[in-house]
Design a protein around this ligand. Structure first.
Ligand code: ZN
Length: 584
């Protein structure tokens, strides 16, 4: 017990740890100590300590080397940080985790710099076709015309030249459009006479013939023909991405829009002890009559209540995801003014559109809200974001429920009015939290700058405006839309630079940049908040789970451009070392 007597003010929560963390014997030594580094706690006082101790699944103490040394025994594993930095494990507030893991394993990766021209796309698709069995689909993902030398869409005719005899479907990196070859269009029955489906666009050439590019709901005409993956592949995808997250010092994420099969796969992986990240899943919204939606909401509400119980905090049924608009890449997101083209031209008459009748979607949102469910709504355009925050306020007036923490996914270009309302909703109702994607500015930032144009681009991801209003937000990658390593998002939150600089180095300006510590909070503490886990993870404090990241350099002191290149040396999840860099 003498060790407890050593506790300084900083160590006092140790006693609380032992009580609430469930570790049985107070005098037991630490299992793991990390000494001689810079422990960036991200606690309320932004404390940076030298060392920390882990016992069981939890952080036992944070303090000086001498204080932590005293908690070690000969059996304790000791890690000499040698001045390296430790942060809380980074988390991703919006990651298509299960589907992203699958596509990582089973889909041709056409992201930059794997392909940089249409000819390279053709070569990759032809190569993939040779590896497949008779009649199998070539499935690809990740292309972006903003990063192809030709700066244009891939077309069916490009694909027909290399693969005429089997169907091809290549998803765009944003997931809101894709391209099919002619055989796949035939199989889907898409001809010049096919009308655009509700909420979707069949892209056509000057003669009205389909080009192969299908946007928003029109993608389903082809994608529904592609055979789905089986349970084994589903589980393999989850395991693979969990490992890849750990190798990037990441320990959790919020997976939007899952269904029962994915939930089953998560449970299987969790029960096998292989889920080395915390997953907070949002269910897909249901289509149908309002009564059917209400019935669905009530059935979900029986076990989708993170604010009441999170079980063992590995896998959480957290709420529901809805969509009000499309994408900034396809120029389908819902705006007040016309979209731009090539930065300064105008896409005359195109202001995007809502995914469905906005009044009907609002009734559906109310049904989930009334059932006490947390909801995050995909909202890119300024008009879409206004709709979303107005929907939150209306629902709260009808059914005042504090603490549901409704989220605004992407929240790309909010109006000043929306910003003010978000701040008010956060303060008064603990709701209205942006869940933005800082890496949009970087990874798809050239396409985005072309489409949003010079004025709107300055308002994209207005993090400093969030901060000035006292708001918090939870950042994510939207993987597979952009690469998942959170270090990219931390960097993008500060640097605001697009990948190639097609429209200049700084089309987004720097007025809305934030400092590194704030950016780190948006990938740790504030993600924890949007996963209802802020008492358990997101900072390094006694009593919280030991979800930790060890970096090769100190993010608080390196030059901004180095943030992107930080290398993960070790990841601790739930007290276990789940990743160590080889030779590190
Ligand atoms: Zn998404």
């Amino acid at each position: 017990m003498h060790r407890l007597a050593l506790a300084s003010l900083f160590l006092i929560p140790l006693a609380a740890t032992l009580a609430c963390g469930g570790d049985p014997v107070p005098s037991e030594p630490a299992d793991l100590v990390l000494l001689g580094g810079r422990v960036i706690t991200l606690d309320a006082d932004s404390r940076v300590a030298e060392a920390l101790a882990v016992r069981g699944a939890h952080v036992a103490a944070v303090g000086s080397d001498a204080e932590i040394e005293a908690l070690a025994s000969p059996a304790t594993r000791r890690i000499d940080l040698a001045g390296r930095a430790v942060t809380p494990g980074l988390m991703d507030a919006h990651v298509h985790f299960a589907s992203g893991g699958q596509s990582m394993l089973y889909t041709l990766d056409l992201s930059y710099p794997n392909v940089e021209s249409i000819a390279e796309v053709q070569a990759a698709v032809a190569g993939q076709a040779e590896r497949l069995g008779d009649g199998e689909w070539v499935r690809g993902r990740g292309w972006d015309e903003g990063k192809l030398a030709e700066l244009r869409y891939i077309l069916a005719s490009d694909l027909d030249e290399v693969v005429p005899d089997r169907p091809v479907w290549l998803s765009h990196t944003m997931g809101h459009y894709g391209v099919a070859n002619s055989l796949a269009l035939d199989m889907a029955g898409i001809t010049a006479d096919t009308p655009d489906p509700p909420g979707g666009t069949i892209d056509r050439d000057a003669d009205g013939r389909p080009t192969g590019v299908l946007k928003e709901s029109a993608q389903g005409l082809v994608s529904r023909l592609i055979p789905g993956l089986g349970p084994e592949e589903q589980r393999a995808g989850i395991r693979a991405l969990a490992d890849a997250f750990n190798a990037e010092c990441m320990t959790g994420g919020k997976d939007p829009g899952i269904g029962p099969r994915v939930w089953e796969a998560y449970r299987d992986v969790q029960e096998a002890g292989d889920l080395s990240v915390r997953i907070f899943a949002l269910w897909r919204g249901r289509n149908g009559t309002i009564d059917e939606v209400r019935g669905y909401a009530d059935s979900l509400a029986t076990f989708t209540r993170p604010h009441e119980s999170t079980g063992d905090d590995h896998l959480i049924a957290g709420g529901v995801k809805l969509y009000i608009d499309g994408s900034g890449g396809a120029r389908t997101a819902w705006l007040y003014e016309d979209w731009n083209r090539d930065h300064t031209d105008t896409d005359t008459g195109n202001r995007g559109y809502p995914t469905m009748d906005p009044d009907e979607l609002r009734r559906r949102f109310h049904a989930y809200h009334d059932a006490g469910l947390h909801v995050s709504i995909h909202s890119i355009g300024d008009r879409a974001i206004d709709w979303t925050v107005d929907s939150f306020r209306e629902a709260l007036e009808a059914t005042p429920t504090r603490g549901l923490r409704h989220g605004i996914i992407h929240s790309n270009i909010p109006t000043d009015r929306a910003l003010d309302l978000m701040a008010e909703l956060q303060r008064d109702w603990e709701t209205g939290y942006p869940e933005p994607s800082p890496t949009f500015i970087w990874w798809i930032g050239d396409t985005y700058a072309g489409n949003f144009g010079p004025e709107r681009a300055l308002r994209l991801n207005p993090f400093r405006s969030f901060r000035e209003r006292g708001m918090i937000w939870a950042s994510g990658s939207d993987y597979s839309v952009t690469p998942f390593p959170a270090r990219y998002g931390v960097w993008a939150s500060v640097a605001r630079q697009p990948l190639l600089g097609v429209y200049g180095e700084q089309p987004y300006g720097t007025a809305e940049s934030v400092d590194v510590e704030t950016a780190l909070r948006s990938f740790t503490t504030w993600v924890a908040h949007q996963m209802f886990l802020e008492d358990k993870v997101g900072t390094i404090e006694p009593g919280k789970y030991a979800d930790l990241a060890v970096w090769d350099r100190d993010p608080l002191t390196v030059p901004t451009e180095e943030l992107r290149d930080m290398s993960c040396e070790m990841t601790v999840f739930n007290g276990d070392v789940v990743y160590e860099r080889a030779g590190g």
